[in-house]
Structures are given as structure tokens and as C-alpha cells.
Design a protein around this ligand. Structure first.
Ligand SMILES: *Cc1c(COP(=O)(O)O)cnc(C)c1O
Length: 521
């Protein structure tokens, strides 16, 4: 439409000179027609952006992995207010390098060894583009059938890739199913809320006079003292006590430890109802002993949720699948393909054995969301599950496209290669540490994380980390294990190679030698 056309139903028989109001209207219509971007320019800019992204990825290791800016750096670089008139695209592009990149921690640099990995791959980025274009909000089957159905099928594919018991899969005669949550934190919270609702109903069925508030005040949930902070937070949000179970010398929760706490709490009149097991703890990648813990939870009618946010991706390799043994006792299981399975944030997958527990806990049915196919939601073989009942928000993106693209372009073999390569790199780093008498390994290296420190005080190790990170060549974060300040070396970026690991170790050793020399004077 040209700018002289008259849109929005305004008649053509008026004279712009009639009054000022008309002139103002014409003025803003002109802007409506030139603002934003049309398809022709999108084609051009889109291709440029793809080139920029490919260049960024190919040259990322030349950038300092950690930014050299102070809090508040950005405010002085951009105007105080949003532009009133449209700007040129070129101006925005210039600002990416001027304003944004100086303040980026490059998580996909092969010199990034902090936290846990966050997934990234070209197929996932492309799928995310398509997701943005379709831009549907897939809360129910009718809201976007493909979005809902692909998700169910991808969760079955992935469930089979990690050899999850059939009870958890939707495409079987069981009562389970999977859903994509935004994050592991949301999955934990959903499981806790479902468990809470289930136990209240159960108690009220036997004791109709029991009021909910009284039951809630007696509920107690458990997790490892090494569990992620999001688990404790789920307890706070869910309004229930959350107790931390002590771990053994390998930072793993054992059956006996949980059992003792549960017995004691029952004697005190409390109602144990939920245990969150961690497979691959955030500090040291330790594994709770779910083979011991599962039967205890089952016998006590406690919901067992498994948080395997990081480690879960490794279960696609048969050699790591034994770490998941005991999942058959669980009520729900979750991990983050957006951590270690080359899928960009956000994509956290969750399965439940009884989907009715989850759906039944939070079902809302306003008229504007009703549709002809909702009966099948609770049927034994749900062809049209309504994801809105499985999660906290109503709206949801078409995230399964990322899984679909990544699974098909890598294949199971390609994904296994990725996991194996990163574990091998961690083992390589572990050997370098073990070969240096000044250092020690602080936890068993099972997957892609190495916990290590210099023999000596916590202070010494704090100084070491501060200097190592200060040079901004590599980036790591610490953790605390049995009162010790420990450095975590997590193999993160998809492109990390042996030489990056060796360079990182070389840097750490140089800083350590420097430090020891200074301290000896
Ligand atoms: C990373 C991590 C989380 C948090 O993951 P989000 O998806 O960001 O909520 C939870 N649990 C464990 C064990 C983790 O390592």
C-alpha cells in the first residue's frame, strides 16, 4: 500500500485541509506505513543477521569470554527514552557491537567453563526463528494442533532415547506423558504443587472433616542438602516445609538418611509427602541413590520427583543410562535439553507417570478456552493433550520445533558423540589436575564437570579464582563442598576442544605459580 492510499476505513471524499485533526491523522498514517519492516527488507536483513550470527559463532573465541564493564554501564550508551520516530535498521546494527556486545558474557565461547552448559546449535537457532514466525500460543490442541502434537511426540522420542519406562510415555497404554516446561525450576514447582494437591485430596477422602489449611501446616517435603536453590524455592512458593537431607561422602543422598528423617517427622505428627532427588547436583554433579530412595518414597506414599537438569542429557548414552536406574519408582522426572542437548534455552522436559495428577491439580475451564476435543485430554491415549493444564502460565511457545530440528539434524549418534566428547574433555582436565601435586580433585568426575582446588586454604583458592577470572581469558564459578572453597570446571561450549582445555589449564597453573611465589615472599 502506498502512503497516499487511505487505510482504516476513512472515506476518500474528505479534504486534508478541512481541519487540523485530519492533518494529524494523515501524519501518523504516513508513519504507520513506513515504520517497522516489510517483507522485502526482512529478506535482506534476515540474511544479514544469519551472516552476523555465523560470524559471531566462528570468531567467538577471539572475544574476551567475560565482559569488562561495571554495573550500570549501558544506561549512558543509549537514550533515556524510546524513539518517537522510527530509526534506521543500520543504526540498530551498529549498536549491537557498541552497546550490547561489550556487556556480554560469552556462554558459547570455548573458554567458558562456568555453571553448566547452555545448549546452542545452528539447527536449534533456525527452529527458534520458525517458532517466532509461526508465533502461535499453543495452550490447547485447537490453539495450534501441530504445536501440541509435535510436543507430545518429541517427548515420546526423547523418552525412548533415554529408555524411560513406558509408564511415562504418552503414546502407550499407560497414564503418563511428557510436556515441555520453560525451566527445571518450573518443573520442580509443578511436581511439588501436584503432590501437595494429591496428598490433601487423599487425606480428605479418609477424613472429610480435615480442613486444607490444617493439612498444609503439617506437610513436609525433602531434598538433598546439595539440591539446586530452585528446589528450596519451590517449597517457599508452595508454602510447605522443605527439609534438607544430609549427603554421604560422595555428596549423595542415601536411603537411610531420608528414612531417619521421615520416621522422626512422622513421630512429630508431620506428614511427609514429597522428595526431590537430584541426579547430577549443581555443585559437584553427584547422584542421589534413587534405587534406595525410590522404594522408601513409594512405601511412604511420598511423591518422588527427579531433577536431572544437567545430567539428564547424558542418559541418551547407554553407558550413562545406569545412572537413571531407579527412575521406575519416580512420579515425575525432568531434565534440560537446553543445558546439554544442543537445544537453545528454553526447553526443559518433564514426564509424569500419572498425568491426571498434574492435570487434575490445576484444571481451569473458562468458556473462552473450551473446545470440542478436550475430552481426549484425560483419555488413556491422549492424541490432543491440552498443555495449559500441565504448567503455570497459559501461553506457551512452539518449543518442540527445536527438539525436532536438533534430533533430525544430529541423529541419536551425533548427540551421543557430543556428550561423549565433552565427558572425555572433562576427564582430560581431571588428569591434568591429578598430575600436578599442588592441586586436588574434590569430587568424583562422572560427566562433564571437574571440581578441584589448590591444596591449601580457602583464601588461597578464592584468590586463585579471582585472578584466573580477572584476566578474562577463561571463566569459572566456585562451589562449596564440605566447607571447602572449590573451583568448578564445566565443559560447556559445543566447540570446546582439547587445546582449549589445555590452554585453560596452562592459564590456571600460571596464575597459581605466580600466587604461590608472591605468598612465599
Ligand atoms: C541448572 C539446574 C537447575 C535450574 O535449571 P533452570 O532450568 O534454569 O530452572 C535445577 N536443578 C539443577 C540440578 C541444575 O543443575
Amino acid at each position: 500500500m502506498s502512503t497516499t492510499d487511505v487505510p482504516y476505513g476513512i472515506g476518500g471524499d474528505w479534504n486534508p485541509n478541512d481541519c487540523n485533526i485530519h492533518l494529524t491523522t494523515v501524519g501518523s498514517m504516513l508513519h504507520l506505513n513506513t515504520a517497522g519492516m516489510d517483507a522485502a527488507e526482512f529478506r535482506k536483513r534476515g540474511k544479514e543477521m544469519v551472516d552476523y550470527i555465523a560470524d559471531y559463532m566462528e570468531t567467538i573465541e577471539q572475544r574476551p569470554v567475560y565482559p569488562d564493564v561495571q554495573p550500570g554501564y549501558l544506561r549512558s550508551l543509549i537514550p533515556e527514552e524510546a524513539p518517537v520516530e522510527p530509526e534506521k535498521y543500520e543504526e540498530i546494527v551498529k549498536d549491537i557491537e557498541r552497546v550490547i556486545m561489550p556487556g556480554i558474557t560469552h556462554w558459547h565461547s570455548p573458554y567458558f567453563f562456568a555453571y553448566f552448559p547452555t545448549g546452542n546449535s545452528f539447527p536449534a537457532i533456525l527452529a527458534d526463528m520458525l517458532c517466532g514466525a509461526i508465533g502461535c500460543v499453543g495452550f490447547s490442541w485447537v490453539a495450534s494442533p501441530a504445536c501440541t502434537e509435535l510436543e507430545t511426540i518429541m517427548l515420546d522420542w526423547l523418552g525412548k532415547m533415554i529408555n524411560l519406562p513406558e509408564d511415562f510415555l504418552a503414546g502407550t497404554s499407560g497414564h503418563g506423558g511428557g510436556v515441555i516446561q520453560g525451566t527445571a525450576s518450573e518443573a520442580t514447582l509443578m511436581s511439588l504443587l501436584a503432590a501437595r494437591s494429591k496428598v490433601v485430596k487423599l487425606i480428605q477422602a479418609d477424613n472429610p472433616d480435615c480442613v486444607e489449611s490444617e493439612i498444609l501446616s503439617k506437610l513436609v517435603a525433602y531434598s538433598s542438602e546439595q539440591a539446586h536453590s530452585s528446589v528450596e524455592r519451590a517449597g517457599l512458593i508452595g508454602g510447605v516445609r522443605m527439609k534438607k537431607v544430609p549427603t554421604d561422602e560422595k555428596f549423595s543422598v542415601r536411603g537411610e538418611a531420608l528414612k531417619m528423617m521421615v520416621e522422626e517427622d512422622k513421630r512429630a505428627g508431620l506428614i511427609p509427602f514429597y522428595f526431590c532427588a537430584t541426579l547430577g547436583t549443581t555443585p559437584s554433579c553427584a547422584f542421589d541413590n534413587i534405587i534406595e530412595l525410590g522404594p522408601i518414597c513409594n512405601a511412604e506414599k511420598m511423591w518422588m520427583h527427579i531433577d536431572a537438569a544437567y545430567a539428564g542429557s547424558a542418559f541418551i548414552c547407554p553407558e550413562y543410562r545406569p545412572l537413571l536406574n531407579g527412575v521406575e519408582f519416580a512420579d515425575s522426572f525432568n531434565f534440560n535439553p537446553h543445558k546439554w542437548l544442543l537445544v537453545n534455552f528454553d526447553c526443559s522436559v518433564m514426564w509424569v507417570k500419572q498425568r491426571a495428577d498434574l492435570i487434575g491439580a490445576f484444571k481451569m475451564d473458562p468458556l473462552y478456552l473450551k473446545h470440542d476435543h478436550q475430552e481426549s485430554v484425560l483419555s488413556p491415549t491422549p492424541q490432543h493433550p491440552d498443555p495449559q493444564h500441565w504448567q503455570i502460565p497459559l501461553g506457551r511457545r512452539f518449543r518442540s520445533l527445536k527438539l525436532w530440528f536438533v534430533f533430525r539434524l544430529y541423529g541419536l549418534n551425533g548427540l551421543q558423540d557430543h556428550i561423549r566428547k565433552q565427558v572425555a574433555l572433562a576427564k582430560e582436565f581431571e588428569k591434568l589436575v591429578r598430575d600436578d601435586q599442588r592441586f586436588e580433585i574434590c569430587a568424583e568426575v562422572i560427566l562433564g564437570l571437574v571440581c578441584f582446588r589448590m591444596k591449601g586454604s580457602n583464601k588461597l583458592n578464592e584468590m586463585l579464582l579471582k585472578r584466573v577470572n580477572g584476566a578474562r581469558k577463561i571463566h569459572m564459578v566456585p562451589c562449596q563442598l564440605s566447607d571447602k572453597f572449590v573451583l568448578r570446571f564445566a565443559v560447556c561450549a559445543r566447540t570446546t576442544d582439547s587445546h582449549h582445555v589445555h590452554e585453560a589449564w596452562g592459564h590456571i597453573v600460571n596464575v597459581a605459580s605466580e600466587l604461590l611465589q608472591e605468598l612465599s615472599h
